[in-house]
Design a protein around this ligand. Structure first.
Ligand code: ZN
Length: 53
């Protein structure tokens, strides 16, 4: 199943949507999958997707 999570840049004064196209890095930890997104403003936002239970 494909779930689309809409996330937004965390930088102050910026709330651009972060799309899969701006995802630079995906890695897994015990806490789940983490994705690093680079926004057009240059800020990097890291999201955590908890594993399905
Ligand atoms: Zn931004």
């Amino acid at each position: 199943m494909l779930s689309e999570i809409v996330c937004r840049c965390e930088a102050a004064n910026c709330s651009r949507k972060l799309t899969d196209g701006s995802c630079m890095l995906v890695f897994r930890t015990e806490g789940g999958e983490r994705r690093a997104y680079e926004c057009e403003c240059g800020h990097v936002t890291v999201t955590v997707a908890a594993p399905d239970e």
